[in-house]
Design a binder for this molecule. Structure first.
Ligand SMILES: *Cc1c(COP(=O)(O)O)cnc(C)c1O
Length: 376
């Protein structure tokens, strides 16, 4: 049996090695390392894949969120509503820009922002909402957009974990996550569903003005060469990364299918077990399984993790400390807000290996070891 990893980017690379190596070599020979043709080609392919007017590649997913918030002209003290149950990058950027993060609960089934909690948290200072499509499952965008419209708020989708996910509206219309809010932000960190061979990120929008502003922000606030109209930052995607991503984008749907197949296998293996709640799949979202995350009930989570490690099976806790309990946010008085759902999830989640290269032998081995521990 091949060794089991949380993510197997090496085997995935072997399958597209000829194409990738050729594309990388071409960039090296052109020596257009920054802003080369592959960057423009990739932006165009990404826009057409997502069904958006503009895609702006940048250096990483954290920058993507930051550029989005800077382009919206949010001011210090403006409140930005976001789930507490997410990766730190989402919430850190809000605080970095001296905006006020307002943490709200997630839905215990979808792990994504709870629209009722979101609406309750809105104040006259609220300017934006940042829903996160956590683990590859879409947040309830239809409800979020209608709340945002009612209260005149911006929506920035954190799509770092869900690129390729389809969202189906109640009238049957389908859109890709990241293309629904005013701005979508994503990451091409190597372990993400569309992963580069280094860092990368992008922002998307259908709004021409916002697109122009985001391009400017990402390029030192420059309107034309050496004329800087606003304070920006320096955030670029390398030509080499763009060339690789352009090839991998063509495989993204196939990658999602492979992840779903592995998830189906686990779902079946754990079906009916009262100690494991398998990932919920809302009818509106076709889960792309960035993570396969279950809830444990009456199981010693650390014990399971250690038992699996003894059998060379990795498992991870995403995330052990939610935003409202991070020291970084103490200044925002977050500790006073009770978050029973988030706390409850934080204590019970565990993520098992999921990626595009898992075979049946590995899946069998992993699930049988998990069950052996749980049913002992
Ligand atoms: C990975 C990730 C980010 C940040 O992406 P980087 O490319 O690592 O900066 C932001 N939000 C979420 C939900 C993520 O998973």
């Amino acid at each position: 049996m091949r060794p089991i990893q949380m993510v197997d980017t090496k085997t995935q690379y072997q399958k597209i090695k000829t194409e990738v190596d050729k594309a990388v070599l071409e960039v090296m020979e052109s020596s257009a390392f920054i802003n080369g043709k592959p960057v423009h080609d990739f932006a165009a392919s990404l826009s057409s894949y997502l069904g958006v007017k503009h895609s702006i590649p940048c250096a990483n997913g954290t920058d993507a969120l930051q550029i989005a918030m800077m382009a919206l002209g949010l001011q210090p003290g403006d409140e930005v509503i976001t789930p507490s149950f997410t990766y730190i990058a989402t919430t850190e950027v809000i605080a970095l820009l001296r905006l006020t993060p307002v943490f709200v609960e997630v839905d215990a089934k979808t792990f994504c922002i709870d629209p009722a909690a979101l609406e309750k948290a809105i104040t006259p200072k609220t300017k934006a909402i940042v829903p996160v499509h956590l683990y590859g499952h879409a947040a309830p965008m239809e409800e979020i957009m209608s709340i945002a419209q009612k209260h005149n708020l911006f929506v920035i989708e954190d799509n770092a974990q869900a690129i390729g996910c389809d969202y189906t509206f109640s009238d049957g219309t389908k859109k890709k996550t990241g293309s629904i809010g005013h701005i979508g932000a994503t990451s091409f960190y190597p372990s993400k569903n569309l992963g580069a061979f280094g860092d990368g990120g992008a922002i998307f929008t259908n709004d021409d003005e916002l697109a122009a502003k985001m391009k400017m922000v990402a390029n030192h606030g420059q309107s034309r060469q050496y004329y800087h109209d606003m304070v920006g930052c320096n955030s670029r995607l390398d030509s080499i990364q763009a060339a690789i991503l352009n090839i991998k984008l063509q495989h993204l749907d196939e990658y999602a299918a492979a992840r779903r197949k592995a998830a189906d296998f686990y779902d079946q293996a754990f079906a009916g077990n009262p100690k494991i709640t398998t990932p919920y799949r809302a009818a509106y979202s076709n889960h792309v399984f960035h993570q396969y995350t279950v809830l444990l009930e009456g199981v010693n989570r650390n014990g399971l993790k250690e038992f699996l490690a003894e059998h060379k099976i990795p498992a991870m806790i995403y995330y052990p400390v939610p935003g409202h309990k991070q020291k970084m946010f103490e200044q925002f008085n977050v500790a006073s807000a009770p978050m029973p759902v988030t706390d409850w999830l934080t204590e019970r989640v565990i993520s098992f290996p999921i990626h595009t290269e898992l075979d049946e032998e590995q899946l069998n081995f992993i699930s049988s070891k998990i069950l052996a521990y749980i049913n002992q």
